[in-house]
Design a protein. Structure first.
Length: 258
């Protein structure tokens, strides 16, 4: 190719690159506008719901602060919140019933939110000083710190449980109670979570998990654990069930997901 032809070709390539960059910029701006519109709509919906809740409170003479916090957090990050509203008392008490208040190790709670299950654990006789609360939401963390100053609060992602607690726990946990939205996660992440939890607990200790679904959040085909379920708790909104998992002798046999 001659020099003039090469120069012409380079100019054409340059024009195409500039056009592509311009299109890329336009697409990015369009996406940013769509994101801003979505955020404005989301904020508007959140404010509308909050205003309706406040009107309900005034008419009934009650306070629903925890419900407002949960709804706002769910609107902002729906897949990271295990429930749309805090767990009902029946569900919280059912979960707490599987924890032995007389055991000596720490009790780890994953995703305590505003603390309804935490409250049930304390009412069942668990010393607040034994509680290790792992919560991702900073608003909930501040609330939990005020309500349970004697508990150990860890702000972080519970799906990184080993990294968060391996050096923090001075002795194996006697139970892990989870309010995490397990069913929104891939099977591999669910298995990794419960495997790490088993490694942090005394042998035979319970991993207590609630779910709105009928099926177990952890498929039994994974093996390495036993599973038992509570009766369906119809009084909860929406109805829920508690599953309890305990590690068996072959609980470490599946290591291919590490």
């Amino acid at each position: 190719m001659s020099l003039p032809a090469l120069q012409k070709f380079e100019k054409q390539i340059g024009r195409h690159i500039r056009l592509l960059e311009l299109r890329k910029t336009l697409i990015e701006r369009k996406i940013e506008r769509q994101i801003r519109l979505f955020e404005q709509k989301r904020d508007g919906i959140g404010k509308k719901i909050e205003a309706q809740i406040r009107q309900f409170e005034l008419k009934r003479g009650i306070r629903l602060d925890d419900e407002v916090r949960f709804i706002r957090s769910w609107i902002e990050r729906p897949l990271s919140i295990g429930a749309v509203t805090p767990s009902g008392k029946n569900l919280a008490r059912t979960m707490a019933r599987y924890v032995d208040p007389n055991s000596s190790g720490p009790v780890v709670e994953l995703g305590p939110g505003t603390g309804p299950v935490t409250e049930a654990l304390v009412e069942a006789g668990v010393d607040p000083a034994r509680l290790v609360l792992v919560e991702f939401n900073p608003t909930f963390c501040r609330l939990l710190q005020k309500r349970y100053p004697d508990a150990t609060l860890v702000q972080g992602d519970a799906y990184s449980l080993r990294r968060l607690l391996e050096t923090l726990l001075i002795q194996p946990a006697s139970a892990v109670v989870s309010g995490l939205p397990l069913v929104t996660k891939p099977i591999r992440e669910r298995w990794r979570l419960i495997r790490d939890a088993f490694d942090l607990m005394v042998p035979g200790a319970p991993f207590v998990q609630f779910t709105y679904s009928v099926a177990s959040p952890l498929p039994k085909r994974l093996g390495g654990f036993t599973a038992e379920a509570s009766e369906r708790i119809w009084m909860n909104i929406p109805p829920a069930r508690v599953w309890v998992y305990r590690k068996t002798d072959d609980g470490r046999r599946r290591t291919d997901d590490r």
